[in-house]
Design a protein around this ligand. Structure first.
Ligand code: AHM
Ligand code: MG
Length: 337
């Protein structure tokens, strides 16, 4: 099976599709579509361009470093965390069809309007994931999850606490050596790259399929003494099998590489984070939907991440995601420990 790198890119001068036109075309496929969804995704694309600009100019504009405060998770907030959060709120806040906006950086979600007032969607996001890497020019990203607003629920019941299997769209933007937008609306995974010369995200690959297997694991191995036994057994096995290790420490960058090149990305339970470190609703769920749509797998221990029934906006989960055969190797070791 050819891997992502041997495929011909679809971006040629004969075939230029912007993110905007792609979303509109996708929407046309659904009878009765109102265009609501396009508004949301175009707002996310706008926010991505503004954040990309901030990330690129961070040192020049003196917005590196932390602000001296911690967020709801007790983690140091970087200046750019706060800026990215505000940019998303500003770009999405006036879209009349959004009911709830929820962010990693805010303890409570913002209820903009309820279903009766036209709020049909909830948007959950991590505005700048991996931001502790930002001072060093390492790739960081925005992750987002779009859920339908359940019309039966009254305003005071949280609409956004739904399993990942109910997501209607998910994606991420990687601010790296190029700015890459990866999107699924439940019809495969498509990839766009920002073309600075025209100020637009252009389609470069559609229907991305993750390679079935590749001998690469991506994990913070320094914590291995505190991993459950099955993960340690897996790592011993992988060492014997000649695996390679790649770990950037930015989930968006690590998952993006795993999606294109294959392998497995893991964040197990640790002593510091017995439930796992990553957040279910706006980190693991959207990435799990992308993996699922690309033919990969995404698990928390033995359970599919998308099947977890959440109880809290900021709950954490362990993560094993990537090529189906690589995820199976991990699970085999967890099962026999
Ligand atoms: P953040 O949301 O505070 O940026 O933390 C999430 C990041 C992920 O991008 C990355 O996979 C993980 O934390 C790295 O954690 P560690 O430094 O423990 O390996
Ligand atoms: Mg994060």
């Amino acid at each position: 099976m050819p891997d992502a790198h041997s495929r011909q890119p679809q971006y040629t001068t004969d075939n230029l599709t912007s993110l905007q036109s792609h979303i509109l075309a996708e929407e046309q496929r659904h009878p009765g579509a109102t265009g609501d969804f396009s508004w949301i995704l175009s707002a996310i694309a706008l926010a991505a361009k503004v954040i990309a600009n901030k990330v690129r100019g961070a040192r020049i504009q003196d917005v590196l470093g932390d602000i001296g405060e911690t967020n709801v998770h007790g983690e140091k907030q970087q200046k750019l965390d706060v800026i990215a959060n505000e940019i998303i709120a500003r770009c999405l806040g006036d879209r009349a069809n959004i009911s709830v906006l929820a962010s990693e950086e805010d303890e409570h979600p913002t209820v903009l309007r309820d279903r009766a007032e036209g709020g049909r969607y909830c948007v959950l996001f991590d505005p700048l994931d991996g931001s502790s890497n930002i001072d060093f020019g390492v790739g960081v990203g925005t992750i987002f999850s779009v859920l339908r607003n359940d019309r039966l629920k009254p305003r005071d019941v949280p609409h956004h606490i739904q399993p990942g299997s109910r997501q209607v769209a998910a994606g991420y933007i990687l601010y790296g050596s190029s700015v890459i937008f990866v999107l699924t609306t439940g019809n495969g995974v498509d990839m766009f790259v920002h073309d600075h010369s025209i100020g637009t995200f252009v389609l470069v690959d559609r229907g991305i399929r993750i390679p079935e297997s590749n001998k690469i694991y991506s994990i913070n191995e320094a914590y291995c003494n505190t991993f459950p036994e099955g993960y340690r057994n897996y790592l011993d096995w992988a060492h014997d099998e000649g695996y390679s290790s790649r770990y950037i420490g930015s989930m968006v960058a690590d998952v993006h590489r795993t999606l294109l090149k294959g392998g497995v990305f893991l964040y197990p339970p640790t002593k510091a984070h017995p439930e796992g470190k990553l957040r279910l609703m706006y980190e693991a769920n959207p990435m799990a939907m992308i993996m699922d749509q690309a033919g990969g797998k995404a698990l928390a221990g033995s359970e599919r991440i998308l099947d977890i029934r959440p109880t809290d906006l900021h709950q954490r989960t362990s993560v094993i995601m990537g090529s189906p055969r690589e995820v199976d190797h991990v699970v085999r070791h967890l099962d026999s420990s």
